[in-house]
Design a protein around this ligand. Sequence first.
Ligand code: B12
Ligand code: SF4
Ligand code: SF4
Length: 263
Amino acid sequence: MFSIIKEELNKNGIERIGFIDIRDCEIINQRILPQWARSVVIFCIPYRSSKEIADDGFSEYARIYDYHNYSKQLYEIVISQLNSKTNCRFMGFCDHSPINEKLAAAKCDLGVIGKNSLFIDKIYGSFVFLGSLITDIECNIPAVEIKHCYNCGLCIDACPNNAIIEFGIDRYKCLSGISQKKKKTDEEKLLLKEHNIVWGCDICQNVCPYNKDAKISPIPYFQKTRVSKIDVEYINGLSDEEFNKFAFSYKGRDIVVNNINFE
Ligand code: B12
Ligand code: SF4
Ligand code: SF4
């Protein structure tokens, strides 16, 4: 059964796939976990489409079309195919998953957990989103012990606001989180300006040795939509429909423009 699921995901450019018993997963939102859940298909969605490190303050995930729309389209295609080929149940998630997807991916031996709290895939590095398909299929693949990164400390040294802490990150100090806040203190604005951050932050990923030789994304949705230079003129020139295709659109246009303007 796992091979049929893999095949359907492969057809859509998804190659890094694991299978894990629900009992081996950390449940972070019981409310949305279907009662019939027995296992999870966890997979990486590589999104870095260029090795160029842009200097306009937009992180890599912000310069491509929103991955939430990508995963919605992916699940529509894959789940309808699986429904026609199997009698099993499937429910797709990306971001608002009932399980901790990073830990699940590491327990499937797809990669390691980095000191910067991100999951690092063996092939694509940390520039991957994680998606999960909850199923009612019995899983007989044993979970592996979670492995950690080299612990070289480069991300800790590079993080501009000391947001990387013992077990994960301090989300209130992380500049990615701060860049997405509507109301910022003067100190926060200064931090973003000093470190040239407009939307999202890739500093701890750009210094990570795992990302040096990582493969770039083969997925056309990300390759074709990557914008290499974003500025105020670009943002203001987007129609509402176009603007809403980017992940930075969820709090409106003003916050993005203001973030550029205090640069
Ligand atoms: C809220 C959120 C944020 C917040 C807070 C992040 C945080 N870590 O708390 C902010 C806005 C700061 C943020 C930033 C980013 N995010 Co974000 N974010 C999320 C979201 C929606 C929820 C995370 C959350 O609250 N988790 C709960 C906390 C408690 O757990 P955690 O930190 O995720 O997990 C760690 C602990 O549980 C700990 N742990 C607990 N028990 C154990 C046991 C063992 C043995 C071990 C080893 C560890 C361990 O290790 C876990 C893994 O590090 C997730 C999607 C999701 N559902 O996971 C995406 C997600 C984590 N984000 C993602 C991305 C891409 C980013 C950014 C790179 C975007 C950017 N360029 O700016 C940055 C990276 C910042 C960083 N260094 O982590 C991806 C990461 C993919 C990956 N490769 O890991 C996710 C998974 C989204 C997705 N669907 O792919 N994010
Ligand atoms: S930079 Fe070093 S410590 Fe940080 S996640 Fe990468 S390997 Fe781990
Ligand atoms: S995303 Fe930026 S601010 Fe957040 S932990 Fe990484 S380097 Fe620090």
